[in-house]
Design a protein around this ligand. Structure first.
Ligand code: GLN
Length: 291
């Protein structure tokens, strides 16, 4: 069959999904080993039987509700490409706002005493820390990341290697993973933040992703409570904790961090997505920071 005919067949198999065209095109381009933009030039090319069978198998997986990124085994995030599979949450575009907020805070800190230490908790595929490291391309920053899931860390390590960045990885539950005495200028975290009600209402595709990366307790806020209690002793004076939040959680998270200074940032859709918290000038420990 010719590539153009296969594309149409894939589209028909995926209808009525609104992404039918996009997904069929992407899976076909992967099979042909070309970029999406090159498809027009290959529409009349005969596709060999093996590639055709592989394409149709991929389309069938997609039609059965498997996320496109798991089928492709890769996801694009910010300026990097990452390997992903069922072991990790698929990096969302919304989360690029978390990396961006961290970069903006790093830009403020840069030039002061070096090297700057950056830690990413609940790192999953490593998307946030790897994107930050790749964007900064400076020897002045040192990167570390942690996750409770050994499976996720396996992928994150590989992603760091593939993207040519140096990140230290630790396994453990939130700060339990971090060696005692280590302090950071920036701590980023995209914790699980879906509530029990959210979990019951998940899209079919999201059900394929690890619940461990999604469920944040009854009201979805458990990890923010722990972070508010524990983060202080892992931040350097003047440091920032930068967190992704659900779009309706800003007020509740600010309340949890009422002893901190907080700032809320929006994502590309204009929804509340990031809270940055610091202790500058805030009493114990913080007092020393304000000098
Ligand atoms: N943004 C994700 C979703 O809506 C949730 C990610 C998370 O809990 N950190 O599926």
């Amino acid at each position: 069959m010719k590539a153009g005919q296969l594309w149409r067949k894939g589209r028909e198999m995926l209808a009525p999904s609104p992404d039918a065209d996009w997904d069929a095109r992407q899976l076909l381009c992967d099979e042909l080993g070309i970029e999406r933009t090159q498809l027009a030039m290959h529409l009349f090319a005969e596709v060999d039987e093996a590639a055709e069978a592989a394409f149709l198998a991929a389309v069938r997986r997609r039609a059965a509700g498997e996320p496109l990124q798991y089928i492709r085994g890769r996801a694009d995030f910010g300026g990097v490409t990452l390997r992903v599979d069922e072991r990790v949450l698929i990096p969302r575009q919304d989360t690029e706002s978390l990396a961006l907020a961290a970069l903006a805070h790093l830009a403020i800190l840069h030039g002061e005493e070096s090297p700057k230490q950056i830690l990413d908790l609940c790192t999953g595929s490593g998307a946030v820390i790897i994107d930050i490291a790749k964007t900064c391309e400076t020897e002045d920053f040192a990167y570390a990341a942690a996750d409770i899931s050994g499976d996720a860390l396996c992928l994150a390590r590989e992603n760091a290697r593939q993207n040519g960045v140096k990140v230290e990885f630790w396994q453990g539950d939130l700060f339990a993973a971090v060696p005692k005495g280590r302090r950071f200028d920036i701590i980023t975290c995209n914790p699980p933040y879906l509530s029990r009600a959210d979990m019951e209402d998940l899209q079919n595709e999201v059900r394929r992703e690890p619940a461990l990366a999604l469920y944040g307790g009854e009201d979805g806020l458990d990890f923010y409570r722990r972070l508010a209690r524990e983060a202080m002793e892992y931040l350097r004076p003047g440091g920032y904790l930068i967190l992704e939040i659900g779009s309706t959680q800003a007020a509740a998270v600010r309340q949890i961090f009422s002893a901190w200074n907080t700032q809320v940032f929006q994502d590309l859709n204009g929804l509340d997505r990031v809270v940055a918290a610091d202790l500058y000038g805030k009493g114990e420990g913080g007092a020393a920071w304000s000098t």
